[in-house]
Design a protein around this ligand. Structure first.
Ligand SMILES: *[C@@H]1O[C@H](CO)[C@@H](O)[C@H](O)[C@H]1NC(C)=O
Ligand SMILES: *[C@@H]1O[C@H](CO)[C@@H](O)[C@H](O)[C@H]1NC(C)=O
Ligand SMILES: *[C@@H]1O[C@H](CO)[C@@H](O)[C@H](O)[C@H]1NC(C)=O
Ligand SMILES: *[C@@H]1O[C@H](CO)[C@@H](O)[C@H](O)[C@H]1NC(C)=O
Ligand SMILES: *[C@@H]1O[C@H](CO)[C@@H](O)[C@H](O)[C@H]1NC(C)=O
Length: 559
């Protein structure tokens, strides 16, 4: 009987989903276009790249006007995002939500405008490491924005969604899936809201992180090529982590009464650098396996023949300015490198057998900055520290593509990364006479010494600005944190015994605010200062005591 009714449920589900998708969206493959880059291609170059590759669906993390303008008239279907930091305001003010909709949605929905289909309200706002910080804002913000959309006559066109991390639910077996207990009520509210508006549930699923974070995780279960570690769950057998995770969500949704909720995969992918398991072979195997699996329309044991409505690969391009709190791999998720070049062969199932590279990329001249071989390099540590605190040197670390290039190679790599970031300003290759410019590409094997692009000068705007917070407390040493990466200072700041500050840094400040929140690190210095000051004062109020004093200062470094 139970089996019978389950089968019935599944058949009904298939009908509901297909009719839904026929009306609202075509099932398909899209990409996340994040812009936390050090070397930004111009938006029009990126849009051309999307077009060459027949990519029809794009997800953004904000509503950057330059990006939105570049998508006008392209017919590309868009999900725009609202950063978590804006949820508080949007939850408390209908004026603010009206304004957000007017400025970031309505004005683009015109003839020859942008095909905005979804607005993502927050990005993984329930992430466990946020400790509930954004939790109470999500539903009120949804309500306000829905009303604002209705006022603008867009409620039928633009759907609100809430991308959730897969850590919103848990279970050892898919069929036992349930939302985290403290989220059950809010998830029920949200899913009921989504359901009444014809919106799908959006989830981000990362088998890579399961493998990276857990040495017991069976590697072959992360991929799609068969496994010796299949998971048997009653009558169902799972051969890959993606399906298992997806069905855990399906079960969690069933448990709160919405087992038929359509699902979109908001982020899924595999990085290519910055960890041993992050490499070209693995990324290609995962992404191609995933795409073939989805396009086979097989679905999963709990949703046979009903694949997710859409999946958005994470990510289109590498983003060299992302926080590396989660790991060095964080800057290497792109299927294309920062300059729009395909990293590996991939058939997206959109008409081309291989990825097509970006065209007409404007590179800086072919020259590099390297360590001067005729100089004594023993005093170079400080230069490397500063260079790598603003430029990206993540590939040098263990598991990275440049980890084995030797001590001198390391120095040259750091020098060059900084030099390219400074748009090859000759002063930026000085390093007290230890650097020199070369016209021979110093790349070695898989380790690529990059040449910057000239796409836009916005990211070089304040690269010389460093923000430091100094915290003193009666019994402890002077503590310093440097943006963008706290603790990147060398020698490492001394933590007080017990490590409270470090813990706060990981789980409070850094993780919450500079990693997942996607605050661009090189934005207007005054804004950064203000945000950071607010963060720190909140932290001091909640975690420190009256013996603690603190200040935040910014100054220029380098040239
Ligand atoms: C529109 O979106 C942008 C980018 O996310 C944001 O900076 C801006 O504040 C938004 N506009 C309003 C009125 O909230
Ligand atoms: C690439 O990653 C896979 C797992 O993700 C690993 O098994 C393999 O050893 C890695 N390859 C190299 C060359 O490191
Ligand atoms: C190069 O730098 C990386 C990262 O700091 C380090 O792991 C590696 O050991 C260095 N190589 C040499 C030869 O010093
Ligand atoms: C690039 O620099 C020029 C001159 O400094 C400035 O006018 C322009 O607004 C900048 N462009 C961007 C995208 O920041
Ligand atoms: C205040 O905080 C410091 C640093 O954690 C600690 O050493 C000190 O004992 C605290 N004082 C009180 C009264 O809690």
């Amino acid at each position: 009987m139970a089996e019978g009714s389950k089968l019935l449920g599944v058949a009904a589900l298939a009908l509901v989903v297909w009719s839904w998708s026929a009306i609202v969206a075509e099932s398909g493959l899209g990409v996340n276009w994040g812009t936390v880059s050090l070397h930004k291609l111009s938006p029009s170059t990126v849009v051309d790249l999307l077009k060459f590759n027949n990519i029809q669906k794009v997800k953004l993390f904000d509503a950057d006007p330059d990006v939105l303008k570049s998508l006008m008239g392209t017919g590309i279907q868009l999900m725009v995002g609202i950063p978590n930091e804006m949820l508080s305001l949007l939850s408390s003010s209908t004026v603010a939500s009206d304004l957000w909709v007017r400025q970031n949605v309505s004005r683009y929905i015109v003839k020859g405008g942008v095909d905005i289909r979804y607005v993502a309200v927050g990005n993984e706002p329930f992430l466990a490491s946020y400790s509930g910080e954004f939790q109470s804002y999500v539903v009120p913000a949804l309500m306000n924005l829905q009303q604002s959309l209705a006022k603008a006559n867009l409620a039928g066109v633009v759907k609100l969604v809430v991308p959730c991390n897969a850590d919103a639910y848990e279970s050892s077996l898919p069929s036992q899936g349930a939302f985290r207990p403290e989220l059950t009520q809010i998830m029920t509210q949200i899913v009921s809201f989504l359901n009444s508006n014809g919106s799908p549930f959006v989830v981000n699923i990362y088998p890579f992180l399961s493998l990276y974070g857990n040495s017991d995780f069976p590697q072959d279960y992360a991929f799609f090529e068969g496994t010796n570690h299949a998971v048997t769950d009653g009558p169902n057998v799972y051969y890959n982590a993606f399906d298992g995770n997806f069905d855990t969500l399906v079960a969690a949704l069933s448990k709160i009464g919405y087992g038929q909720m359509p699902i979109i995969i908001g982020e899924v992918g595999w990085p290519t650098d910055g960890a041993v398991s992050a490499n070209l072979t693995a990324a290609r195997a995962f992404n191609q396996g995933l795409i073939n699996h989805i396009l086979s329309n097989k679905g999963t044991p709990l949703r046979p023949d009903v694949p997710p409505i859409d999946i958005y690969l994470f990510s289109l391009l590498d983003e060299g300015a992302k926080s590396i709190m989660p790991g060095n791999f964080e800057r290497h998720w792109g299927i294309f490198s920062f300059d729009g070049q395909a990293k590996y062969p991939l058939n997206l199932g959109l008409g081309h057998r291989l990825l097509k590279n970006a065209k007409d990329v404007q590179y800086l001249p072919s020259r590099w900055c390297v360590a001067n071989p005729s100089r004594d390099l023993s005093g170079v540590a400080n230069h490397i520290r500063i260079a790598c605190s603003v430029a990206d040197c993540t590939t040098l670390n263990y598991g990275g593509s440049c980890n084995a290039i030797g001590a001198k190679g390391n120095i040259s790599y750091a020098f060059n990364s900084y030099y390219q970031l400074q748009k090859q300003d000759s002063k930026s290759c000085d390093f007290d006479g230890l650097g020199m410019i070369t016209f021979l590409d110093p790349s070695i094997g898989h380790c690529r010494f990059l040449v910057g692009v000239t796409g836009s000068n916005s990211s070089s705007f304040n690269l010389h600005i460093v923000t430091l917070a100094t915290v003193r407390s009666s019994s402890t040493t002077l503590l310093m944190h440097q943006l963008p990466e706290f603790g990147a200072l060398s020698p490492k700041p001394k933590w007080p015994s017990g490590g409270w500050l470090e813990k706060t840094c990981h789980h409070g400040l850094c993780q919450n605010h500079f990693d997942k929140a996607r605050i661009p690190m090189f934005q207007e210095p005054k804004i950064l200062l203000k945000q950071f000051t607010t963060l720190l004062s909140t932290w001091v109020k909640s975690s420190a005591n009256s013996t603690t004093t603190w200040e935040v200062r910014q100054w220029r470094i380098g040239v």
